[in-house]
Design a protein around this ligand. Structure first.
Ligand code: TMP
Length: 663
């Protein structure tokens, strides 16, 4: 029998884009929406060209027609956004997408056949309405097709594809219109037909993705009314700080982007750079966007996603301010790349956060909400920005001493937008920061140069971590029992002290008689225990396919020696990664408990337990910080819950990632 590909045991790092594409269901969906996006861009170019042709030679009418197409693309989202999400959450997602593609293809075909401006505009609205349902159905399905740790890479691919397909679409459109110039208006019709064909192929590709199903949970629910769904969706978004922060932030990023699009022309004219300058600036923003989407997640893999999101926003704001203030094309181009990079980083991490934090049954609605918020902001900004810029106009201020400063409306408006984007970034930060008290710069510095880690692909490696008396041993025992009932081969082990050498080391580090030793010596003793443990116990068991549970692992060293003691965390981390050959647990379960409650459970204290209350507070904070930076590899639990509740949560999280039991 051929090996069945299992994405959960794929050894490739989480950020490997090819590993996501090895997942069959996602690959097909990706091909489908890649084609849809390509068609969408060609359609936009063709329809604006067609609208202009219908309007004839009148300059004003032509502008009006083009503006009408752009505006009508955005309009349905304002009215229909919440309804679309409601529909997407209730229908079978696969059929929604298949039919959505076919319907859009049919509408596109009718446009050149009917051949009037009115029908073109009406069809644009109808197509957009279908797209409004299609998009959330797709976005909401993706998290169900791939393992959680690959979600970010999948989003990177989706976004790069959606925006990146604008370039080949522009090239295709130009090629078609150039090659078929002899055919007159028919050459634009051809582009529209090509676009319809991409939708048909996309629909057919989705037919084969059986894994996309109906939204789970609906069979058992009574069907809420549309109104109630909208109210619930709205109160979900406004009542959940993370989601609220995300929506505000994503809208802010788009507003900043729209200002650049809306004012780019006049801005470049003010620089006397003409059409090539305009192209350069746009290429720079889009190039930066692609770079940010493609590389930021890996570059900042050690940074919390929430922080990356907000920092990206503030970065975009600062970039925009730079564009507004520096009136020199070469420098402006470089700034535009950075601006795009920051916006791209934000956009990818925002999307990933939505996928991770929003439960499946409201995910469609939330994505729809975000998309309509984004479109509203785009529409309003595109309409308002040129007006503000025009109202400000070109001004020269005379300064004392025969000097003068000239500023013009486009740059001033950009400056206003820059300030707004930065403020929104800061607000988003405050709403959703998951590492309060940890300075950003320290985070950022540490996030560079992190090693990716080695995650076992045979067996499963679980670490239990937490402060003193958090109940690790109780949970370990319950977990072993449950895993054995599941038919798993289990090894429970611990640090320090699981090997012969380890027992001696444990005696030394924990015996109060050892007294005060050098903190570096302490760190090395613990590290030596780990090296022996990994080589002689953990790896051999994992290789046989066992589930290995270790009571404490590297995080204990990072928390106790790296943060509790007066040592440099980076040094402690380096030593421990080296000692363990960078082997990391597939999942770390952190039992979080205020030190006061935990330490209360002991009458006699060992050398570590006897440390100050401050020491133990630092240890607790360090554990939480480690978990927040890599949520996909952690399960953080409130250890004050009773043991059955904790056990149930642990089982629920582990069930989907357990190794397959050999019959
Ligand atoms: P325990 O196994 O009974 O929890 O005790 C281990 C003690 O050693 C505990 O106080 C935490 C401490 N410790 C470290 O300081 N660094 C380490 O790397 C490990 C594994 C444990």
């Amino acid at each position: 029998m051929p090996e069945v590909y299992d994405p959960l045991t794929d050894p490739a790092p989480a950020h490997d884009l090819r590993a996501v594409l090895r997942i069959r269901a996602f690959r097909r969906l990706w091909i489908a929406f890649g084609l849809s996006s390509l068609g969408d861009w060609i359609g936009l170019l063709a329809l604006t060209a067609m609208a202009k042709a219908f309007a004839g030679d009148d300059y004003q009418a032509a502008n009006f027609a083009i503006g009408g197409v752009l505006f009508l693309r955005v309009l349905p989202a304002l009215v229909m956004g919440p309804v679309a999400g409601w529909v997407a959450d209730r229908l079978d997602r696969r059929w929604t997408m298949i039919l959505g593609d076919l319907i859009r293809a049919a509408f596109f075909v009718t446009i050149p056949i009917v051949g009037t401006l009115t029908w073109l505009l009406v069809a644009t609205v109808l197509i957009e309405i279908v797209s409004l349902v299609w998009g959330p159905a797709k976005d909401a399905s993706v998290p169900n097709l791939i393992p959680r740790h690959r979600l970010e890479a999948a989003n990177q691919l989706s976004l790069i594809t959606t925006y990146g397909s604008a370039l080949p679409a522009a090239a295709l459109f130009t090629a078609i219109t150039l090659v078929t110039r002899w055919a007159g208006d028919f050459s634009i019709d051809l582009a529209v037909y090509l676009n319809a064909a991409t939708f048909v192929v996309s629909g057919l590709a989705i037919v084969s993705v059986a894994e996309i199903g109906r939204t789970p949970g609906h069979e058992h629910e009574e069907h809420p009314t549309l109104w109630r769904t909208m109210v619930e969706g709205w109160s979900y978004v406004t009542g959940t700080p993370v989601v609220r922060g995300l929506v505000v932030g994503i809208s802010g990023a788009f507003a900043a982007g729209a200002v650049v699009i809306g004012l780019g022309r006049t801005y470049v004219e003010d620089l006397d750079a003409g059409d090539p300058g305009y192209g350069l600036l746009f290429g720079a923003v889009f190039g930066g966007l692609a770079l940010g989407m493609g590389f930021a997640p890996r570059l900042f893999s050690g940074l919390s996603r929430r922080r990356l999101f907000a920092a990206g926003l503030v970065g975009s704001g600062i970039g925009l301010a730079g564009l507004a203030l520096i009136q020199q094309l070469e420098i402006a181009t470089m700034i535009a790349v950075v601006l795009g990079f920051c916006a791209g980083a934000s956009w990818v991490s925002g999307y990933t956060l939505l996928g991770l934090e929003v439960p499946d049954n409201v995910r469609g609605r939330t994505f729809a909400f975000v998309q309509s918020a984004v479109r509203t902001v785009l529409a309003v900004t595109l309409a308002v920005a040129p007006f503000v810029a025009g109202a400000i106009g070109r001004n020269t201020v005379n300064l004392p001493g025969d000097r003068s400063v000239t500023y013009n409306g486009a740059s001033m408006t950009m400056l206003i937008a820059a300030v707004l984007a930065s403020v929104i970034g800061l607000v988003a930060w405050r709403q959703m920061d998951d590492r309060p008290g940890v300075p950003f710069w320290r985070d950022l510095r540490r996030s560079f140069g992190k090693t990716p880690g080695v995650y076992p692909t045979t067996g499963l490696f679980i670490a239990l971590e937490g402060g003193e008396g958090a109940g690790k041993s109780t949970q370990a025992a319950l977990l072993v029992k449950w895993l054995e009932e599941q038919g798993q081969q289990v090894l429970l082990t611990r640090e320090p002290g699981a090997t012969d050498l380890g027992k001696t080391l444990r005696q030394i580090v924990l015996d109060p008689a050892t007294g005060d030793i050098s903190h570096r010596a302490e760190a090395l003793l613990y590290a030596a225990d780990k090296a022996e443990h990994v080589d002689s116990v953990i790896w051999p068991a994992l290789k046989t396919g066992a589930v290995v549970i270790t009571d404490r692992y590297v995080d204990s060293a990072l928390a106790y020696q790296g943060s509790g003691r007066d040592l440099d965390l980076t040094d402690v981390e380096r030593v421990n990664r080296w000692a363990t050959d960078d082997l990391r647990p597939n999942l770390t379960i952190l039992l979080d408990l205020p030190p006061k409650s935990g330490l209360g459970r002991f009458a006699e204290r060992d050398r570590i337990e006897a440390q100050s209350a401050d020491f133990h507070e630092r240890v607790r904070a360090a554990f939480l910080e480690l978990a927040a930076a890599e949520p996909q590899h952690y399960l953080v639990l409130d250890a004050t819950l009773d043991r059955e509740q904790l056990a149930a949560k642990i089982q629920e999280r582990l069930l989907p990632i357990l190794p397959k039991v050999k019959p």
